[in-house]
Design a protein around this ligand. Structure first.
Ligand SMILES: [Cu+2]
Length: 97
């Protein structure tokens, strides 16, 4: 392991202990893109440690993420629970394209 990757590994560990926000990976299907609300309606599978499978709206961290999907898109996403308990999709990626 190079010095630089060791440094990254150490900072990643420190970050995971010190961060207020928690990340949860999930998968689901986009049912609706609500551009004006910066939200996606997603039928998601169980999100371990957070919730069971259901259909619900999620806010996205960056409106540009809405352009990466459309109704029917299957996606992987990272749901971030912020310090104040708010849930936001902080990353997403279409799957099976
Ligand atoms: Cu849910």
């Amino acid at each position: 392991m190079s010095k630089l990757s060791k440094l990254f590994a150490v900072s990643a560990v420190l970050l995971s202990f010190s961060a207020y926000a928690e990340d949860y990976p999930g998968e689901g299907t986009v049912n609706a893109v609500k551009s004006s609300e910066k939200k996606l309606t997603i039928s998601h599978g169980p999100i371990k440690g957070l919730m069971d499978a259901m259909t619900m709206d999620f806010a996205v961290a960056d409106p540009a993420m809405l352009d990466e999907v459309k109704k029917g898109s299957k996606i992987k996403f990272v749901l971030t629970k912020e310090k104040d308990g708010k849930l936001v999709i902080s990353d997403l990626e279409p799957i099976g394209k």
